[in-house]
Design a protein around this ligand. Sequence first.
Ligand code: LLP
Length: 424
Amino acid sequence: MMTQDLPGQPDLAYRGHELFLEDVRLRDLAKQHGTPLFVYSKAAMLSALGAYQRGFAGRKVQICYAMKANPALGVIQVFAQAGCGFDIVSGGEMDRVLAAGGQAGKIIFSGVGKTRAEMKRALNLGIACFNVESEAELEVLSEVAVSMGLRAPVSIRVNPNVDPKTHPYISTGLKDSKFGVAHERVVPTYQRATGLPGIRVVGIDCHIGSQITQEGPYLDAVERMLDLVEAIEAAGIAIAHIDFGGGLGINYQGDTPPAAEQLWQKLLALLDARGFGQRQLMIEPGRSLVGNAGVCLTEVLYLKPGVQKNFCIVDAAMNDLPRPAMYQAYHQIVPLQANDQAESNWEVVGPICESGDWIGHDRTLAVQAGDLLAVLSAGAYCMSMASNYNSRGRAPEVLVHGDQSHLIRRRESIADQMQGESLL
Ligand code: LLP
């Protein structure tokens, strides 16, 4: 029997021939709910969170789950109940946190393009902090707050100009990026902020990129942030909290990111050495909390062997799993039932009418039409980036815990999709 190594997903394992997530046989869920289907493990999410909690033991920290990675209400609820705050980037994300039982007072609001309406709503709710990304945004936020008789709690997002050594689309802390305030403009921006009637400076933040697999960029970013805090405080402006963003990578394909616990112990030693170890800290992890907690189940519709390439056509597509098409990302693909049949090499592709609709290139699999496959590491930035392209309904989501499974989002119907549209 052939079973493959399942890197990074601790709660996913073959028992005999059958693939289980925690104590749930995935084939049963595929039969019950149909495919494509996303399945997430609550234990895997909590164990990923636990690694951060151990790393920060004895420190003042607020872990704010960057919910853009996976904004399902059932997922937000798991992190809210575990004490997390949330990093949001839109009014819609704010409403999701509240609907799932999260606290407004633990929300931090990032993003380069916050609207006045979003600012107003966040001020009304009393969120913890606006992570402001430009001087223009600072002015508008002050105006909105003054009109409400309030002062907005603000952190300035710093662009530390550190290379995270990841895919260019997910590098955010380099000089040419649209994010944050340039290093040399940071102190003047804080000075300007303290002069604005609707602003109350509470912190400083950065986020250098995503799927970071080395510790070097974090060490550099921490050093640069602390240099800035010293310079800002030397100018007489107190910084209550320091937020180091998210970005820690996961193992998709033999990637070896540092464990959250070890990385933070090392970074905290650096903070201690510079006298910042007892500061209030914040972090904004997304992918590393959920990415390896989820899989996407899909059925093989047709095999189409060819002269140059063999195509394995599955019922999941780039609208469900956009990362391969967008970032040439690798997601491992394994059978739900291991078998002893002969393997061949396949281009695993979806039904969408684009050549870019591929899930995996040149994968060695023993497959037949009707077989079920799991696309791994699908807990982050898959459903959250899913679309209705080709008028495909978005897939349902199931959360498993122990031997229990809960449907946390039903399959989107064509009626759901057309709701809100009208004929001329
Ligand atoms: N904080 C801020 C301000 C962010 O922009 C992001 C992600 C995070 C935190 C969380 O980063 P994480 O820990 O998840 O790396 N769609 C891409 C990833 C985009 C990340 C955008 N910002 C992908 O599928 O790889």
